[in-house]
Design a protein around this ligand. Structure first.
Ligand SMILES: *Cc1c(COP(=O)(O)O)cnc(C)c1O
Length: 360
């Protein structure tokens, strides 16, 4: 048997997540991974790397619980929110038996993780306005153990209607978990559903330090849920999921001063977003700019593939969303520095647009 044949069939068939880093490119304007555009400072205070780290570093857990307004027992810290997605599938889905469900167009890791564990993934296309198709979800819930809802949604940028989330939570009670992926919630903090955890024992909230906290390279994320769910996840998590330097830096990011700085970054990104959106609306090749509650903007662009390639060749790296259902012609642009936004606008202005009479 070849080594390839020794591997599990679902692993052989797997297409790995096309992360922005894997897709490569050589540019000086990186606007394809929703990162904060500039590095933030940190200090390493822990020198005792001869020792294993704590599985769930106490200070990080306490500070995050405080920040999120939940009890420390309701917080799990992991190697990014992506590991939270994996742990939920591993703890709740029997391979070959149970399923996860999500609503495209949305974040790509729900399917990649399900596939890696041999768990069926079921999709219910979002409505035209990218809200949940609740009747269609209700029809497909049989055997589903985990429903992923990304809000605000990546890559479309809008919030899921809270009333729809409540309806979903009612229809899944006692049957399945509902996971609200709040990776971008710092850009619209009033919209969090973390406050609903007391009402719904099957609600899970995912968070990360990768976006508003400007620490994508740190790999640190959080799962908020009932103590019962957290205890189940703790059974399947690695013994030392976070290295000592990661815990050290995460605790600093979550200090009162770290949180003030995060809020300043959010305010700055929102100002740049406003600038980017207004400027995009005046660019001939831009057909539509969608409202965003996040640090990225989705836009429908004439001849988007050619535009994407042209900007790529100029060192401006965006994210092509053209292949996602209902996103034909769409590019996602992370909000960078003011100068980076300007570079994108200048490059797009050079692209041919539709004549005024052809535009709708
Ligand atoms: C970036 C992102 C994540 C992953 O966050 P990490 O903590 O970097 O693993 C999860 N969900 C969504 C919707 C994201 O955009």
């Amino acid at each position: 048997m070849s080594i390839e044949e020794l591997a599990r069939a679902n692993v052989r068939a797997l297409t790995p997540y096309q992360s922005a880093r894997r897709l490569g490119g050589s540019g000086d304007v990186w606007l394809n991974a929703n990162e904060y555009p500039q590095p933030v400072e940190f200090q390493l205070t822990q020198q005792n790397l001869n020792r294993y780290p704590e599985c769930q570093p106490k200070q990080v857990i306490e500070r995050y619980a405080d920040y999120a307004g939940v009890k420390p027992e309701q917080v799990l810290v992991s190697r990014g929110a992506d590991e939270g997605i994996e742990l939920l599938i591993r703890a709740f889905c029997e391979p070959g038996e149970d399923a996860v469900l999500y609503c495209p167009p949305t974040y790509g890791m729900y399917s990649v993780s399900a596939e890696a564990f041999g768990v069926e993934y079921r999709t219910v296309q979002a409505l035209e306005d990218w809200q949940l198709d609740l009747p269609a979800i209700a029809e497909k819930l049989d055997g589903v153990k985990v429903v992923f809802v990304c809000s605000p949604n990546n890559p479309t940028g809008q919030l899921i209607n809270p009333q729809d989330l409540r309806t979903l939570l009612e229809m899944t009670r006692g049957k399945a978990l509902v996971v609200a992926d709040e990776a971008y919630i710092e850009f619209c903090p009033q919209a969090t559903v973390a406050g609903w955890l007391a009402e719904y024992p099957h609600l899970v909230v995912l968070r990360t330090l990768s976006k508003a906290f400007a620490l994508a390279g740190l790999r640190c994320g959080f799962t908020l849920a009932s103590e019962e769910i957290i205890n189940l996840l703790l059974k399947v998590i690695a013994p030392y999921p976070l290295s000592t330097p990661v815990a050290d830096i995460a605790a600093q990011a979550l200090s009162p001063q770290g949180i003030v700085q995060m809020r300043e970054r959010v305010a700055e990104i929102k100002r740049n977003r406003q600038y980017l959106v207004s400027a995009l609306q005046e660019v001939p090749c831009v057909e539509r700019v969608f409202d965003s509650e996040t640090n990225y903007v989705l836009a429908r662009i004439t001849a988007s593939s050619a535009v994407f390639k042209s900007l790529w060749d100029q060192g401006i790296i965006l994210r092509d969303q053209n292949k996602q259902p209902s996103l034909s012609g769409c590019l996602r642009i992370s909000v960078g520095t003011r100068e980076e936004c300007q570079r994108v606008i200048d490059a797009l202005r050079e692209q041919p647009g539709l004549a005024a009479t052809e535009r709708v």
